[in-house]
Design a protein around this ligand. Sequence first.
Ligand code: MN3
Length: 208
Amino acid sequence: MDCFPFDIKPLPYDYNELEPYIDTKTLEIHHDKHYAKYVKSLNQTIEPFKQLHNMSVKELIVRCHSLPFSIQTAVINNAGGIYNHELYFNSMTPPNKKINRPTGVLACLIERKFGSFELFIDEFESCAEKLFGSGYCFLCADKRQNLKIILTPNQNTPLSLDLIPLLTIDVWEHAYYLKYQNLRSEYIDSFTSIIDWENAENMLNEML
Ligand code: MN3
């Protein structure tokens, strides 16, 4: 199992492979600096607590309130920062490599909940646009396979709400500012063009 010391996981594609949707420089800084910092900080936080060395990032998040009080906030921020960034990077795929629509069970669930794939995209985009400050917009499923779009502030995750995240967009400004500046909606539109639906489907299947 993936536990302390936590590793910086490589991207599932090259830095330039999401061009022109996500530019190379942004992705380099985002992965090598921002995400890497969360890994380093979580390792520093956990290091003195031997009893936590066998816990995964996900376990640390879900069981946060049973951890030593002095590290709870650091765990929420840094384990959350790792979980959210890894899911975000895995939520995207190089353009044209895959069919860019959900298939199978996930396609059915999206149609049932939102009416159609296009209506889902509209709702997801307008939700992500509304997030105030820094945070993430997720597509999640509950244990009965009801889909939900939710926003979380900072590095909070839907795991603590007992939801299973399927995909997420990072809407902190560092995720898009170099290329899109204040045009968050254009960044969101680019993200939805390169969603890795196969990964989202795998996330759903893992819970079944
Ligand atoms: Mn980020």
